[in-house]
Design a protein around this ligand. Structure first.
Ligand code: ZN
Length: 349
């Protein structure tokens, strides 16, 4: 599917020249420009994209460099490069007919909750094994250097946190569980332990799975989903799966994420809107901004006069008005943008 990337990057073995340090990152080693690893090429969840052009790198660099109040919004595209699939890209979950659970289904149906939690429990180990990628690290470096005023993510996977950032999680996180009845929330790992205690046979079966053969009978036909959910044969969950209940009120527990059909909590949405309206540049990374909660932020920034840019493989809902649109993999372009302001700069043509 992918041609050898090393042949397509003329600057992989470039003569380096010195330049002034504009986007410097004190104390943070600048990553060497490296060819994408086999890891990236092997991940079929990452849509195909040409290598970033020198022009795109430079435009993105200019946007970041000229901003004194930069807001960054990240979406699933930044995590696909770490092996977590998204919904809407050409290879995303929607393309194979997947329909994510809605808030209404989850609230209404014990069967839907059982299906969700059984599959989510099964996928947890693999989901949490994903590591932050080059793009997460580049953003954390920019943040540490004081070049990002505020970061928002649509992702629920905490990969930004593990790279050292602390973004506003617009759609919540699967790392917390919350009671629908009283609002009590607690750590997902504790919930996992409770599921295991309530369903010892199920837990033992999951632990014996070979995750390397996703889709096979041996792994129950498993396929991982962006929210940590996993596709799994009905016969393995519908008969006998017990869901823990709230410690405080015995109420219904839900991952602390905004499911489709639900709204972002008002305080969180207001905070995101406030920073979007006040920024001087708004950069969307790895999102098609198809959800209204994300689209309205970039639109508000644009209407307030900020520069707007999107790096995403494929169309986005904001393509018509953003001032810069780049089709590129984030793990390829962001480290290069960072290098542009470092002590050495690739000799671009
Ligand atoms: Zn409760």
């Amino acid at each position: 599917m992918f041609s050898p990337m090393c042949l397509r990057f003329p600057w992989l073995s470039p003569p380096f020249i010195s330049t002034s340090c504009r986007i410097s990152v004190p104390g943070v080693p600048v990553r060497e420009t490296q060819p994408p690893s086999n890891f990236l090429k092997d991940k079929k969840v990452v849509p195909q994209a040409d290598p970033p052009s020198a022009e795109d790198i430079n435009h993105l660099y200019q946007l970041i460099d000229q901003s004194t109040k930069l807001v960054v919004l990240t979406g699933a595209g930044i995590s696909t490069e770490c092996g977590i699939p998204d919904y809407r890209s050409p290879n995303g979950a929607y393309s194979s007919g997947f329909k994510p659970i809605t808030h209404q289904e989850f609230v209404r149906s014990i069967r839907a909750r059982r299906r969700y939690w059984a599959r989510s429990y099964a996928g947890w180990r693999q989901f949490t094994a994903a590591q932050p990628g080059a793009a997460h690290v580049a953003l954390a470096s920019l943040e540490q250097a004081g070049r990002i005023n505020f970061m928002i993510t649509q992702n629920v996977d905490r990969l930004h946190h593990r790279a050292g950032s602390n973004p506003l999680e617009l759609h919540g996180t699967v790392y917390s569980v919350i009671c629908l009845d009283c609002g009590f929330s607690f750590c997902r790992n504790l919930f996992q332990d409770e599921v295991k205690a309530l369903n010892p046979k199920w837990a033992a079966a999951i632990e014996s799975l070979d995750y390397g053969n996703a889709g096979s009978d041996k792994s129950f036909g498993m396929k991982q989903r962006p929210d940590g959910d996993i596709e799994i044969d009905e016969k393995f969950w519908e008969e006998d799966f017990h869901i823990p209940t709230c410690h405080k009120c015995n109420g219904v527990l839900k991952p602390d994420v905004v499911f489709f059909g639900d709204n972002v909590p008002k305080e969180r949405a207001d905070k995101a809107m406030e920073v979007a309206r006040e920024c001087d540049a708004f950069l969307v990374l790895g999102s098609s901004v198809m959800t209204m909660s994300a689209f309205r932020l970039v639109r508000a920034a644009h209407e307030a006069g900020a520069s707007t840019a999107i790096v995403n493989i494929g169309k986005t809902r904001a393509d018509e008005f953003v001032s810069l649109k780049v089709n590129a993999r984030l793990g390829e372009i962001l480290p290069r943008v960072l290098n542009t302001g470092s002590l050495s700069i690739p000799a671009l043509h």
